[in-house]
Ligand binder design. Structure first.
Ligand code: ZN
Length: 120
C-alpha cells in the first residue's frame, strides 16, 4: 500500500479511537457497552464509489445479543480523505459522522431515522 494511504488510515483511526474514548467517558454506560462490542476497522479502498463506511452483520437487538451474532464496522479512508479536501476539521467531522452513522445501523436505525439525527 502507498505510504501516504497508510498515514491517512492511521490519522482516521486516531480520530475514531479518540471519539470512542469520548463515548466511553461521556455516554451512558449502556451505550458505551454496546459500542465496545463492535470492531471498527479503517480500510483505504471502498468497494463502491463514494462509500464512506459500511456496517456488516446483524443489527443489535435482543435476538442478536442472545445469539452472540457478529457485526463489524468499516470506514473507507479514501472516500473520507477525498471529501475532506485536505481540511483537518472536515476530515474529523466526516470521520465521526461516518462512525456514528454506522453505529446507528448497528443499533438498528435506517437511513430515515439516521437523517432525523443529522447522520444521513
Ligand atoms: Zn447507511
Amino acid at each position: 500500500m502507498h505510504q501516504h494511504h497508510e498515514g491517512v488510515i492511521e490519522h482516521i483511526q486516531r480520530i475514531v479511537d479518540a471519539h470512542l474514548a469520548l463515548i466511553k467517558e461521556k455516554a451512558s454506560p449502556e451505550f458505551a457497552r454496546i459500542v465496545a462490542q463492535v470492531p471498527i476497522r479503517v480500510l483505504w479502498d471502498s468497494p463502491q464509489h463514494n462509500l464512506y463506511g459500511d456496517f456488516f452483520g446483524v443489527p443489535l437487538d435482543d435476538a442478536a445479543l442472545a445469539s452472540g451474532a457478529a457485526a463489524d464496522i468499516v470506514l473507507y479512508a479514501s472516500t473520507i480523505w477525498e471529501e475532506a479536501k485536505g481540511d483537518a476539521a472536515e476530515l474529523q467531522h466526516m470521520t465521526i459522522k461516518t462512525l456514528m452513522h454506522e453505529l446507528g445501523h448497528y443499533l438498528g436505525l435506517d437511513h430515515e431515522e439516521l437523517g432525523h439525527r443529522g447522520l444521513a
